[in-house]
Design a protein around this ligand. Sequence first.
Ligand SMILES: C[S@@+](CC[C@H](N)C(=O)[O-])C[C@H]1O[C@@H](n2cnc3c(N)ncnc32)[C@H](O)[C@@H]1O
Length: 200
Amino acid sequence: MKEIFTDIPSSILDRMKALESRDAREREDGTSKLNRLRQIPPETGLVLAALAATAPAGQMLEIGTSAGYSAMWLSFASREREDVLITFELLPDKVDLARETISKAGIEEFVELVHGDARGHLSSYDEIAFCFLDAEKEMYEEFYDLIVPRLIPGGLLVADNTISHEKELADLLKKARKDKKLDALVLNVGKGLLLCTKRK
Ligand SMILES: C[S@@+](CC[C@H](N)C(=O)[O-])C[C@H]1O[C@@H](n2cnc3c(N)ncnc32)[C@H](O)[C@@H]1O
C-alpha cells in the first residue's frame, strides 16, 4: 500500500489540483448546488483509498462520481487490488467531466464509469466488497437498503457527509447502529464518514 501514500503519478496529481481549484472556486462564487462538483476533501480520499485497498475480494462501487475526483483516489485501491472501480453518475455534464478526468489521469484500466441512476443498476451486483456512497442525502436510506444485503461478509459501505448532515441523516445513522448484520461507526474525517462493515 506504500504507493498510495508516496507515489501519485503526475497525470493524476495535475487533474486533482485542477478539480480542487474548481471545487473551491464554485463554493465561493454562488454556483448552484446542481452544477457544483461537491467533492470530498483529500484527507477523505486517502482514507477511502486505504479502506478500499484492504477490503475483501469482491466488487468495488462508487455512487456519485461528479467529475471523478474521489474516483481518482479510489483508483489507487483498484490498482492495489488489481480490480476495477465501477462508479455511477446521473448527470450528463458530470459524466463528460468524469470521462475527461479518467482520460487525463490515465486511469481507464482502473475505473469504469456508468452513466445513469445507480438505483437502477445495483441489482446486478451481489458480491459488493466496498461501496462509497456520495449522492443526494435524501436517497441514502434507499441506497442503504439496496447495498447492505449485497455486501459480502467483511464488506464495507462508506457514506459521506454523516457529520456535516447529521440531522438529515439521523434516521440512517440510527438504522445502521441498530442493524445486527453490521458494525457501524462514524469517522471524524472530512465531512464525516459512516463506516458499516458486514458481520461475518
Ligand atoms: C457529492 S457529489 C459526488 C462527489 C464525488 N464523489 C467526489 O468526491 O468527487 C454527488 C454526485 O452524485 C450524483 N448523483 C445523485 N444521485 C445519483 C444517483 N441516484 N445515481 C447516480 N449518481 C447520482 C450527482 O449528480 C452528483 O454529481
